[in-house]
Design a protein around this ligand. Structure first.
Ligand code: KG4
Ligand code: ZN
Length: 374
């Protein structure tokens, strides 16, 4: 008989509720995003986020159950994000999950949001562990190795801003709406198309802005994006007009993307080298080439996807980039991570405490400034 898991996500600004079947079929996947609520503040306001999760949660659970055609008693387990993230929101989803588990006598599974991002690849593709992961979201930027369920090794993390945060903050400086990542992408794409029409190489613009590629001279696999953000601010401040012209905005967005890609390529090339050496035996036991999994909202970026596609092809690796709607926060990834843990007998008690900080690799060295991004 098939098993079904309900998954609940509420760690940032997306309320997600989904039901997945044990073969990976997504029976329902409901999402309510809070763009409108946070737009005027240019970023996520924790208190507003928690209230918005509370307002939407019940309706989404009812809608997901209805869409799946299941009853609560048909479920095998209930999974909810219990961290890391904004604690008010996390508590809303966690308590909803615990209440359903208690009322229907179902196992409860406390899901680490980051683990769920990394396991999404196994919902959409057949991929064996170990695999290398690039997690790039609004809250996190990490390179990790997924060694096993519940066992991850962090190779690098950001020391300051997450990549999505750098996109959003730069976009805000340019007067773009929140979240700015997709708007930045659109501007860069428009620039590329305009160059193509005029027979210009878009890469010529890189020298004009000369943006930094922070930490690429260092051997470690850590990131820093605050210097890039500051460099962008200087260019934006140097523009005398009150409103940035379309041309300047397109050029800046394109140059920003190229700087980001340079950093990602440098760090990932080193990470791949290390991964292939450190996991040599496990990788040779696989019947497939090693995989790089990309996850998190920024993985939706078409320039980044293309750069990773080229990089992995050159390294005889397979890039696994789940569809955009499963890369950014959603309930299906929580339900799937819940199922993977349930299958291993990793269930939790109802007194499990929410964890605003919850590093995937407890043995990783602390990074000053990284905070919850570690
Ligand atoms: O994973 P996610 O939905 O939520 C977090 O856990 O943070 O990621 C949201 C982030 C935001 O910073 C958003 O601007 C960024 O992902 N993002 C993008 C794109 N789509 C979403 N960044 C760059 N290009 C995109 N196309
Ligand atoms: Zn996320």
């Amino acid at each position: 008989m098939s098993k079904y898991v309900l998954g609940i996500e509420s760690s940032c600004d997306d309320t997600g509720v989904a039901i997945i079947r044990d073969d990976g079929h997504i029976c329902a996947n409901m999402l309510a995003s809070q763009y409108v609520e946070h737009e005027e503040f240019g970023g996520v306001v924790p208190e507003i986020a928690a209230r918005a999760h509370l307002e939407k949660m019940d309706q989404l659970i009812i809608a997901a159950m209805r869409e799946s055609g299941l009853n609560f008693n048909d479920l095998s387990a209930v999974a909810a994000t219990c961290g890391p993230g904004l604690i008010g929101g996390v508590m809303v989803g966690m308590m909803a999950g615990k209440a359903i588990a208690a009322a229907h006598n179902l196992p409860f599974i406390a899901v680490n949001h980051l683990e769920a991002h990394l396991l999404t690849a196994r919902l959409t593709n057949t991929v064996d562990m170990p695999y290398l992961c690039l997690l790039v979201s609004g809250g996190h930027t990490q390179i990790l190795v997924a060694e096993d369920i519940d066992r991850y090794k962090r190779l690098g993390t950001t020391l300051d801003d997450a990549l999505g945060e750098a996109f959003d903050k730069t976009a805000k400086m340019m007067g773009l709406p929140y979240p700015g990542g997709p708007y930045m992408q659109k501007l860069a794409q428009d620039y590329e198309s305009r160059c193509a029409e005029n027979g210009i190489d878009p890469k010529d613009i890189i020298a004009k802005y000369d943006l930094p590629a922070p930490l690429t001279q260092q051997k470690n696999l850590d990131f820093s994006f605050s210097g890039l953000k500051t460099a962008m601010r200087k260019h934006i401040d140097a523009i005398e007009a009150d409103v940035i012209s379309q041309q300047d905005a397109e050029e800046l967005a394109y140059a920003f993307h190229q700087a980001v890609i340079k950093v990602l390529e440098k760090k990932l090339t080193r990470a791949i080298e290390q991964f292939k050496i450190d996991y040599q035996d496990a990788l040779s036991a696989l019947n497939t080439p090693p995989s790089l999994v990309v996850a998190g909202g920024v993985a939706a970026n078409s320039f980044i996807r293309q750069a990773l596609e080229d990089l992995t092809a050159a390294q005889n690796m397979t890039l696994i980039a789940p569809p955009v709607r499963l890369c950014s926060d959603n309930g299906a990834m929580i339900a799937w991570a819940g199922y993977e843990r349930f299958k291993r007998g990793l269930v939790n008690e109802l007194d499990f405490a929410a964890r605003p900080r919850w590093p995937l690799d407890p043995n990783a060295e602390k990074r000053i400034g990284a905070g919850v991004k570690a």
